[in-house]
Write a protein that binds this ligand. Sequence first.
Ligand code: GLA
Length: 371
Amino acid sequence: MNKKYSLLLLLPLLSLSSCNFAASNNKNLHEIYKDYFTIGAAVNEYNVESELLSHYNSITCENDMKWISVHPSEDEYTFVKADEYVAKAKEKNMGIRGHALVWHHIQSIPADVFRGSDGNYLPKEVILQKEREHVDTVVKHFKDDVYCWDVVNEVIDDGQSPLKEDGSNIYRQSDWYLSTGRDFIKEAFIQADATLKELGIRDKVQLFYNDYDNTKEIKKSKTIAMLEWLIEEDVPIDGIGLQCHYHLGSFNVDELEQAIIDYSALGLDVQITEFDCEIYDRTLAEIPNYLYYDEVPQLALDLHATVYDRAFEVFRKHKDKISNVTFWGVADNITYMNDNPDYGYRTNYPYIFDVLEEKKPAFYVISEFED
Ligand code: GLA
């Protein structure tokens, strides 16, 4: 399939609901959204000094609060880097989303949390005790410098078989799950809650479950099954994070809206925690690679803007259910997607600011709207 034809396939998506490229105002994004929700961005050492941060009133550390960053080995905690972000955020009056206390990913947690020197899993209670100790130490360190925590990240199975009645296909077969069953999820929330209460700041810090693709029907039903179990067991959970990583072929506005409604109906606050959209349609047999930003066809930029436009229209409509929307990055000059095998080593342009930190069509459509 050639490039032109593949993009044409997406044309039906292209009708911007609030597109007015002519008159951009000079307000920062978070001011534009002050009556809706806070606006965040994930930051790292390369973009934390960007002047564009004035558009946001919340930040998330892309990596620097993850287990391996703050607790690289059993007896070692190091908060130097994370503390720098906290200081910067405070200086600029920005809130911080804490991300993430418990995650299975190999890049986020040392393997010896789970296994002894013989290579076998440690006893369940030993692992749960390490988890409690980690959660307690990290929550105590940041206190209410963070306004919420992704307490548990990405534990739901990605398989395409529908939720089984006995619940046997709900969970990702991670080291956490294989060594402790689903108890590690519950224990993380219970510990975070207990630590915050001990500090007397439970009302200042919200506790979230966070995942990707959890707006899709099958994964949503598994997620809801888990959330219902947690709620039934009186586990202290306040909210759900919808990561919302998209590409040009994956966005489904109805599914997004329904998920916000369904999760909110469980009594949970909803946050959009990692929003971005690749400039490619990954469903195509042949995906181009635009090495330079000026090679990106206008049509792709417009489709990209359409995804942002439609999504933000839904977010605004449901502002009573959503308290924060965070982008997983700031400008296209710095993105985790580049040089990344998970993203086909393509050069990507997922954000609202381009490689020169200039506003893209996606910026204009979400900042100029009439509700
Ligand atoms: C997940 C994690 C993030 C980040 C992204 C990168 O969404 O929650 O911290 O690592 O993956 O793909």
